[in-house]
Each structure stands twice: as structure tokens, then as C-alpha cells.
Design a protein around this ligand. Structure first.
Ligand SMILES: C[S@@+](CC[C@H](N)C(=O)[O-])C[C@H]1O[C@@H](n2cnc3c(N)ncnc32)[C@H](O)[C@@H]1O
Length: 367
């Protein structure tokens, strides 16, 4: 039996923690012995489905728009907060995670052949559905592997794309820090070409598999997703043909000539990486042929720190600082405007759209 690697410093995305009505089926071990799971995400095209998803997963708002859970916190006789405990099985969205091994990377089944064939038939049927995205991912990874999980910011950006099909129709897009590739796949249902980028061969291989297993969703548009390596902390596009997921010279040229949209979901969680990301954004936007728009989703993760003796979100502050620097930049060459996307847009995926999830828009043009 292969050794499954778990480490102490692991993080688990809320997306996987709260996956509705899903048994978590481990399908294989990846190249570094982490269990790989497949999750299916239904695109809620139907208005009623959308409303149900939002009301089930979002705390209710009172008439003045405030969250009822925050504004009307019940107090006991002494004025202390009276916390009602959630019954263990009250929510279908908090199922216990019980990994079941279906088969290992070699393709051998743990059960009889008949069952494997049935699974395959079911999978083929599902694979053809136009309203289901299937994503391979891992769970509870160490910090350096967070891209192998799906984060809520990916869904927020995906919702935004599906709510503005005209804006993304036929465009060329560059995604930074794409992780499993979910947002790139959604973008390819509208765009002509998506350069889906990240770092690490194991992650990029998983991302490529996800692009491949969802190809039917983008076939109608004849759009393409190319999974490529792009490290924000590096200086350049890797064009070494010996390196997996390297760019060709033609692709580098095409990306610079055609890209008008850049997007990144949940990529600002470390100050040095955020600095690197913004340096890369400046370099790329100032070398593009077109004016461009950058969409970045971020989740404010609040933490109590002993250093500040209060609840803060340093990564978010750094992100805002970098946005301000970009907006105020006076290099004589580029001009940036920055705004938060505040107008509500519908929810096409079932996840908790918490209020700490934000979407930012940066417009870049050469002077
Ligand atoms: C929290 S994950 C988000 C993944 C995906 N966008 C999502 O929302 O599900 C952050 C992503 O940034 C990527 N990343 C971190 N450092 C990077 C770097 N120096 N260059 C490129 N990507 C990087 C990680 O590999 C990871 O995929």
C-alpha cells in the first residue's frame, strides 16, 4: 500500500468542508502521494435553483440589509451572548468526510469488476452533462500546495464570468494562480483562449487533467485552455522546451498581442507573494498590446494576533496597499484605475458567498 502523506501544517478549504450531499471519493494518489478526490459542481442555470442555493448557504438578511445573525445576537439575562449550538446533523451541508478508495492511480479497483464498469458508465454519462463541472483536487494540503484545493474566490470569479457573458465573449484571457483550473474552465465557456497558469509540475498536471475532463463544456465555443507555467516571483516566461508546461515563443507573443482580461482568484495570502503578483501584473499589463482589465477575488481571513492584540487581516491589508500603489503609480507610461465590484451578481455555484469575499477590478491603459 502506498504511504499517504499528511502533515501537521495543513489547511482545508471551506469549499471541501461544506460540499453539499457528496461522498468524498478518493480516486488515486498523486505524484507526491496525496489523495486525489473528484468533486462535481453543478452550474445553476435555473433561477429557482440559484435562489435556493443562496438562501440555504447565506445567513439571512433583515430588512435593513444587515445579517440577522450579527445584528440580533441573542443575549442571556446577564447580557452575555447566548450561543445556540447547532445540532450535529442539522445541516446537510456539513457532512462528515469519509474518504472511500475507489481505485488507485494504476486503475485497479478495490472491489469487483462489475462495480467498476457501473462506475465508468455513470461517469461517462456525467461527463457529457453541460451543467456539471468535474474537478480533481486534493484536501487538507500543506500551505505550499493550496492550489490543489478549490477556494471560494474561484467560485466568486466564476459567478461573475457567467453573469457577464457578453464581456468575456471571444476574448483572450490570462489566469494567474489558477490552481485546479476551475475558473479557467468556466471562462472558456465564453472566451476564445485562456492561458491558465500556475507553478509546480504536479499541480499543473492536475490542472491539465481538469481542463481535459471538462473539454465538452467548451467544445461548442471551440475555445481553448492552455495550461502553462508562470511564476510571479520569476522574471520571465519559461520557454525551455525541456520543461513541462513551458510556453512556446508563439504563445508568449499571442498572449501579449491578444490578452485583454487577466484574472486571479484567491492569490493574496502571503505578503511576499502578493508583492510578486503585483510586480508581475505591472510587467504584463505594460507589455500588452491592448488596454486590459484585471479581476482579482480575495477572501478576507480574519485572525486574532498577539502582535496586534486584535483581530486583523494582514494579507488583505497588503493586498489593498498594493492596489493603492498601482493606482497612484506615476511612471509616465501606465495608468491604472481601481474599484471594488460592489453590484451584486447572481450565484451560479453552490457555496457560501460570505461577506468577506470580495472582487476587485483594475483597469490598465498605456498613457
Ligand atoms: C489559494 S490558491 C487559489 C487557487 C485557485 N485560484 C482557487 O481559487 O481555487 C493560490 C494559488 O496561487 C498559486 N501561487 C502561489 N505562488 C505562486 C507563484 N509564485 N507563481 C504562480 N502561482 C503561485 C498557488 O500555486 C495556488 O494555486
Amino acid at each position: 500500500m502506498d504511504v499517504v502523506s499528511f502533515r501537521k501544517d495543513t489547511v482545508l478549504s471551506d469549499v471541501h468542508l461544506l460540499l453539499p450531499n457528496t461522498r468524498h471519493l478518493m480516486t488515486r494518489l498523486n505524484g507526491v502521494n496525496q489523495p486525489v478526490f473528484v468533486s462535481k459542481f453543478k452550474i445553476l442555470w435555473d433561477v429557482e435553483e440559484k435562489e435556493a442555493a443562496c438562501s440555504e448557504l447565506t445567513p439571512e438578511r433583515s430588512e435593513d440589509g444587515s445579517r440577522s445573525s450579527e445584528s440580533e445576537a441573542p443575549l442571556d439575562d446577564d447580557g452575555d451572548l447566548d450561543v445556540a449550538r447547532r445540532p450535529r446533523d442539522a445541516s446537510p451541508y456539513r457532512e462528515r468526510v469519509c474518504p472511500i478508495i475507489l481505485r488507485q492511480a494504476t486503475g485497479t479497483s478495490t472491489d469487483g469488476h462489475g462495480e467498476e464498469d457501473e462506475d465508468d458508465d455513470e461517469e461517462e454519462e456525467e461527463a457529457a452533462r453541460q451543467d456539471v463541472i468535474r474537478i480533481e483536487h486534493t484536501m487538507a494540503t500543506p500551505l505550499e500546495d493550496v492550489g490543489k484545493q478549490i477556494w471560494r474566490g474561484a467560485f466568486l470569479l466564476a459567478d461573475f464570468i457567467l453573469s457577464r457573458p457578453a464581456e468575456f465573449e471571444g476574448v483572450t484571457v490570462l489566469e494567474l494562480g489558477a490552481g485546479t483550473g476551475l475558473t479557467s474552465v468556466v471562462m472558456a465557456t465564453q472566451a476564445k483562449m485562456v492561458y491558465c497558469t500556475d507553478v509546480g509540475q504536479d499541480l499543473l498536471s492536475m490542472c491539465q487533467r481538469n481542463v481535459t475532463i471538462n473539454r465538452h463544456l467548451t467544445e461548442a465555443k471551440a475555445s481553448e485552455v492552455r495550461v502553462r507555467q508562470l511564476d510571479w516571483t520569476g522574471d520571465d516566461f519559461c520557454t525551455d522546451a525541456e520543461v513541462a508546461f513551458a510556453w512556446t515563443e508563439d504563445e508568449v507573443a499571442d498572449m501579449h498581442n491578444e490578452t485583454s482580461i487577466i484574472m486571479a482568484a484567491d492569490v493574496c495570502y502571503d505578503d511576499d507573494l502578493t508583492d510578486g503578483l503585483f510586480r508581475m501584473l505591472y510587467r504584463i499589463t505594460s507589455n500588452l498590446q491592448h488596454t486590459s482589465t484585471v479581476y482579482i477575488s480575495i477572501e478576507k481571513r480574519m485572525n486574532f494576533t498577539l502582535r496586534h492584540m486584535e483581530v486583523v487581516c494582514e494579507e488583505y491589508n497588503q493586498f489593498r496597499h498594493c492596489l493603492d500603489e498601482l493606482r497612484d503609480m506615476e511612471d509616465g507610461k501606465m495608468q491604472y484605475s481601481v474599484e471594488q465590484v460592489l453590484s451584486p451578481f447572481p450565484q451560479f455555484f453552490q457555496y457560501e458567498r460570505v461577506e468577506h469575499l470580495e472582487l476587485w477590478k483594475v483597469s490598465a491603459r498605456q498613457k
